[in-house]
Design a protein around this ligand. Sequence first.
Ligand SMILES: Nc1nc2c(ncn2[C@@H]2O[C@H](COP(=O)(O)OP(=O)(O)O)[C@@H](O)[C@H]2O)c(=O)[nH]1
Ligand SMILES: [Mg+2]
Length: 325
Amino acid sequence: MIKKCLGCGINLQIIDKEKEGYTEDLNNEICERCFKLKNYGEYKEVSFTNEDYTKILNTIPKESLVIYLTSLLNINLDYINKFNNIIIVLTKKDLLPKSVQDYKLINYISNMVTNYLDIEIISSIKNYNLDSLLNKIKKYNKDNKPVYFVGMTNSGKSTLINKLIKNYSNKEIEVTTSLYPSTTLNKIELEIDNLKIIDTPGILAKGSILNSLSLKEIKKITPKKEIKPRSYQLKKEDSLLIEDYIRIDFYDDNNITIYIANNLKITKMKHSNPKLKNIKKKTFNLEKNKDIVIEDLCFIKLTKKGKIDIYSSYNVNIYERNNLI
Ligand SMILES: Nc1nc2c(ncn2[C@@H]2O[C@H](COP(=O)(O)OP(=O)(O)O)[C@@H](O)[C@H]2O)c(=O)[nH]1
Ligand SMILES: [Mg+2]
């Protein structure tokens, strides 16, 4: 029988050291890649692509109960229409300021999606609402079929599953989690509190800034603690520089708040400063109360209407939406 890695779901093999699933000894429970990631934080690239992950998602029966996770910092519901029975789980609440109220976030999301059974806001790290989520899963999983945990890469699927194992089973196993994309490589089946739970690999959004960054930079831009929002009163002719990644030029007075990892540097300057100006820009003519989202880096809350230009060093998706907070 083929044995699977308990960390990432890949078939274990002893033949090719360079290929996924390699282990020195088939008696091991996890592959060498998971072992190194878990114990030394060492990340090894994989040859899998989004196409491979999509194929895996396509094997999920349409009527299954799907727990669809999205991080509150990077709301992405792109694949939600693939499924018919969804509980939406908004993750990483601990990273947003404590003052942000759950019901407002729930309202916001419920205006974006029509076809869902329920919504829960959680923080796996802080154990927030996990009892409530488990009860909801049990409520909607009447026939005890497998329950699939789905969502973009880094939405927190594996971390949540580990917390559920820890809180509600007496097993000692842990699937592999990391702040890098492509940690989980295949479906992983687990049993928790009489539920059959299946972890799945996540897709990396095409427009994610993570596609362009080194592992060191990914570590740097990942918020680790509650975000301290940074607010600026800007006059026309003002510009903001976010590290060396993003430049924003304001053409009207505006009050803005940036939600981004606390350690990233934001500098105020003038339009006349040439920094990052020789690259392609994207222009927005914003109505009032819009956010600008820079995928997987940050979101910026603007209150007034006005024109802005955004320059980006990387090929990252930048879009507007209504104010989340
Ligand atoms: N702050 C915070 N970070 C989380 C939470 N859940 C997951 N993460 C982090 O998000 C990253 C991706 O988590 P992972 O579970 O591997 O995501 P997956 O790709 O969806 O399985 C890891 O660095 C986790 O530590 C949470 O509730 N709060
Ligand atoms: Mg995972």
